[in-house]
Design a binder for this molecule. Sequence first.
Ligand code: IDP
Ligand code: MG
Length: 141
Amino acid sequence: MERTLVLIKPDALKRDLVGEVINRFERQGLRLVSIKMLRLNESEAMAFYAVHKGKPFFKELVDYMSSGPIVAMVLEGEGAIGRVREIMGATDPNEAKAGTIRGDLGINKTENTVHGSDSKESAALEISFFFSQYDLKKGER
Ligand code: IDP
Ligand code: MG
């Protein structure tokens, strides 16, 4: 059983799409382990996206991700990391296939509705950024 971190980004909360996004994962058999709503400040957003430091879109990304509340959640399932990435679709909503979250709901390459961890290593790191072992334990069922 694999676990991954998903963020529902500010554009989705602005448009009240939280339930819609979670439902798309649940329908595919991915189960919630833990969930919270929060707002990142600028330095927290910089830390979360540290791998992108120095890229041309970094400042825009950090400003956007700290512009409003987000929802962070841990999802669990067989091959959860790859399956979440498939359900999300390509980074740019204009290139994402119809039926994917970004293809159907994304606005542009920055405001693309969701984040999902891209490897086992980033999933472990990103889950620990938002959730304690105690939070994760409470989600067992
Ligand atoms: P991913 O979210 O599909 O894994 P990454 O390349 O890891 O894509 O980029 C992280 C986030 O940075 C994207 O989800 C998007 O919000 C933003 N981003 C990536 N590339 C661009 C770009 O070229 N212009 C503007 N924003 C971008
Ligand atoms: Mg990424």
